[in-house]
Design a protein around this ligand. Structure first.
Ligand code: UDP
Ligand code: MG
Length: 315
């Protein structure tokens, strides 16, 4: 058994050394052979240089450095593509994912599980964020086909066949939470308590979270489109009823000229709905636009893996 540790790193100069020494220690303890695939996601600090230095000192370190910041999804993809182990563990560079849990993951993998998920409890999180997350998961699980669980992130072990399956999903717009779940196989989840970020800052702002949430909603099916069709039908039915009522009252009570408020409400309400529906359609068209361009997910600037440096064949 040989396993790979895949780590996306974006501006992590302050923790990367500590991450490397702690994780190496624990990985050696497992008694298995391992490699570390560290992906620099176009950091603007010294992360890229530090990764190179680590690779020079430690032959188990393989690194890929991007030409610019392509996002965590792209960094994870690069890590998975270049990982050669029989199992792959994905973890964050900021030590928020306790490396000790690797033992447990490897045990569960040895017991035959393809995906071993570490689910974090939300203890210590800000109340507002916990509430938002609850609401979001409640909503999204009613809308998408794959199951998304709160607290389940990218910290997990994947067997070789799960990784290969994941790499077959070559969409441009990657929403890993959903992709992992889509792949399936024998999955087991255990809980751990979230550690505070040791150094540096979280890159998640409220706006980024909102966009991420929307991505999740739109990446997995066309139910929002379906919903907007239903909404349109409901509105048309209401309008038809209203027409009957207005015409009826005109026949029995004579024509009734004033109606500014009704008009105004109808126009603003309906144009608002139309905008939303158009927006939903636009989102899907936008996605198609990105998918058909077939651009690579990332560009590699430097690496000690030869195959990672070759221009990516677009499938
Ligand atoms: N990360 C990345 N590219 C990005 C943003 C983040 O590779 O554009 C990495 C980052 O270095 C870290 C992991 O993704 O290893 C999680 O990021 P962060 O700690 O900011 O997220 P949080 O823990 O707050 O969810
Ligand atoms: Mg973090």
């Amino acid at each position: 058994m040989r396993f790979s540790i895949v780590v996306p790193c974006f501006n992590e100069e302050r923790v990367i050394e500590r991450f490397h020494s702690r994780v190496s220690e624990i990985a050696q303890d497992t008694g298995h052979d391992y490699e570390m695939v560290l992906v620099d996601d176009g950091s603007s600090d010294a992360t890229a240089r530090l990764l190179e230095e680590l690779a020079e000192r430690d032959s188990r370190v393989r690194f890929v450095s991007f030409s610019r910041n392509f996002g965590k999804e792209a960094a994870m993809l690069a890590g998975l593509r270049n990982a050669t182990g029989d199992a792959v563990i994905i973890m964050d560079a900021d030590l928020q994912h306790p490396p000790e849990l690797m033992h447990r993951m490897l045990e569960l993998h040895a017991a035959g599980h393809d995906q071993v998920i570490a689910r974090r409890t939300r203890k210590g999180d800000r109340f507002s964020r916990t509430l938002m997350a609850r609401l979001y998961y409640w909503l999204i699980n009613r809308l998408v086909d794959v199951e998304l669980v709160d607290g389940v992130g990218d910290f997990r072990l994947l067997s070789r066949r799960a990784v290969d399956a994941l790499l077959e999903l070559n969409e441009y717009n990657r929403f890993s939470k959903g992709l992992f779940s889509w792949v399936g196989f024998d999955t087991v989840t255990f809980e751990y308590e979230n550690a505070l970020r040791e150094e540096g800052q979280s890159k998640w702002t409220f706006g980024k979270l909102l966009n991420y949430g929307l991505d999740g909603l739109l990446s997995f099916n066309n139910r929002p489109l379906r919903l907007s069709v239903y909404l349109g039908l409901v509105l048309m039915a209401l309008a038809a009823l209203y027409v009957v009522w207005v015409v009826g009252s005109a026949i029995f009570n004579g024509p009734d000229v004033p109606g500014y408020v009704t008009l105004l409400v109808a126009i603003t309400g309906l144009s608002g709905t139309q905008m939303i529906m158009l927006g939903v359609v636009g989102e899907y068209v936008g996605r198609i636009y990105y998918e058909v361009k077939r651009r690579p997910h990332y560009l590699v600037r430097r690496s000690n893996i030869d195959s990672a440096l070759e221009p990516l064949a677009v499938r």
